[in-house]
Design a protein around this ligand. Structure first.
Ligand code: AMP
Ligand code: MG
Length: 399
């Protein structure tokens, strides 16, 4: 039996990078992986500017409260004023450039206007008060985004802030998805006796799309060798990865292993994790189409996807980060009968920030994944009690 780390290491080592680069506009770039580091040619902000609405002054002119100064100019955002004459103030607004000679902004709440239209300053400023310095966010020449960054809301905003309209990203991964199991019916169809609805299909489809993959959904493949081989043969040429669920055990009704062996090569791994012990990894055909076979149990498929397939796909896409951050949380529950395998337990975060276990940790209980906010990553044979610290992986980082 492999440990989780060994299985992950082997998967990541086998990941074939998707090297084709596309240039996309910012509005199409969300979720994509940046192919090349981006360097700023400008300073952000470009000029010293006011952080508040108020009055730009020279501190030397305002050494006591109650000083009054004539308002010599008005500088809204987007306009550049002129040098501040000694003994005067400039009306200034948030984001407007600080005029030469001014060294502080007094916020308008600390100022009043007198009868002659002069500003009376009721707080003594210190140099740099309420001034945002040129380049304090980004200096010219600075690397703003590293190669491999996953482009989320903040990354796209930073790219825009230095004037980039387009970004080089890796091509999306093409993934074929197939579900095995003669017991499966599709939602919308009647449910014959003995059948269950195919829940893995939409779950995995959504997980793959969440990673930015282009998914070819092959639907349900009958539990026989010929049909499974056929599906692998026809999809391999146009895809980077074929992902299947079910049929990876070694029962008489499990044909995935034999089909992959006939069409390529396969390693069937028993991984010491719960849920999700069996995982198949291989290659199809002479090309480099990877194959991953997930267990059929819905929670096993969900968890093995997040813990193994997700990092594999991110590595293929050239992502800088393949693994989620790990949080240390206090448990709200007792866990008294740990498994000999490393467990990924469904847990939610209570109002006071502790991790509470779902009462049914069965690998078929998919509602536990809706209820939960993430997984407690529990070492083999480790029991814990309410109050103990546990490792928590948030779905927010995984989905
Ligand atoms: P298998 O890995 O094919 O032995 O399946 C293990 C368990 O997961 C069985 O109870 C299957 O009925 C169930 N299962 C397999 N595939 C799916 C699926 N696509 N959706 C829901 N349950 C499934
Ligand atoms: Mg099956």
């Amino acid at each position: 039996m492999l440990t989780y780390e060994q299985a992950l290491e082997q998967l990541l080592a086998a990941a074939v990078p998707v090297n084709t680069i596309e240039t996309v506009g910012l509005s199409e770039a969300r979720g994509r992986i940046l192919a090349e580091a981006q360097i700023s040619t400008i300073a952000v902000p470009p000029l010293d500017n006011s952080a508040m609405d108020g009055y730009a002054v020279r501190c030397a002119d305002v050494t006591t409260t109650g000083v009054s100064l004539p308002i010599e100019q008005r500088i809204p955002a987007g306009k550049v004023g002129h040098a501040l004459l000694p003994g005067t103030a400039a009306r200034i607004f948030t984001g407007a450039p600080i005029p030469a000679g001014a060294d502080a902004v007094v916020i308008q709440e600390h100022c009043i206007l007198d009868d002659q239209g002069r500003v009376v300053i009721n707080q003594v400023p210190t140099p740099s008060n309420h001034i945002r310095r040129a380049g304090e966010d980004i200096a010219p020449g600075a690397e703003v985004l590293p190669a491999g960054a996953q482009l989320g809301a903040a990354e796209l905003g930073v790219a825009a802030s230095v004037g980039l309209a387009q970004l080089p990203v890796r091509r999306r991964m093409r993934v074929a998805l197939l579900s095995t199991g003669d017991e499966l019916a599709e939602p919308g169809e009647p449910l014959p006796s003995g059948a269950i609805y195919n829940s893995n299909r939409p779950t995995l489809h959504a997980l793959l799309e969440g990673l930015g993959c282009v998914v070819t959904d092959l639907g349900r493949i009958p539990d026989n060798l010929a049909a499974t081989r056929q599906a692998l043969q026809t999809t391999a040429p146009d895809h980077d990865l074929i992902l299947s669920t079910g049929g990876v055990s070694v029962g008489e009704e499990d044909h995935v292993k034999a089909a992959v062996e006939a069409e390529g090569e396969l390693a069937l791994w028993k991984i010491g994790i719960k849920p999700g012990k069996p995982l198949a990894f291989g290659k199809i055909g002479i090309g480099s189409t990877a194959f991953i076979g997930l267990p059929g149990n819905p929670v096993s498929g969900f968890v093995t996807f997040m813990m193994l397939v997700r990092p594999y796909i991110l590595r293929c896409m050239g992502a800088q980060r393949c693994q989620p951050v790990e949080h240390q949380l206090v448990s709200a529950s007792d866990w008294v009968r740990p498994d000999i395998r490393r467990e990924f337990l469904r847990a939610r975060i209570t109002a006071d920030g502790r991790a509470e276990l779902h009462p049914n940790q069965g690998s078929g209980v998919l509602t536990s994944c809706v209820w939960a906010d993430g997984l407690i990553d529990n070492p083999p044979r480790k029991s814990f009690q309410a109050g103990d610290t546990v490792r928590f992986l948030s779905f927010a980082d995984l989905l």
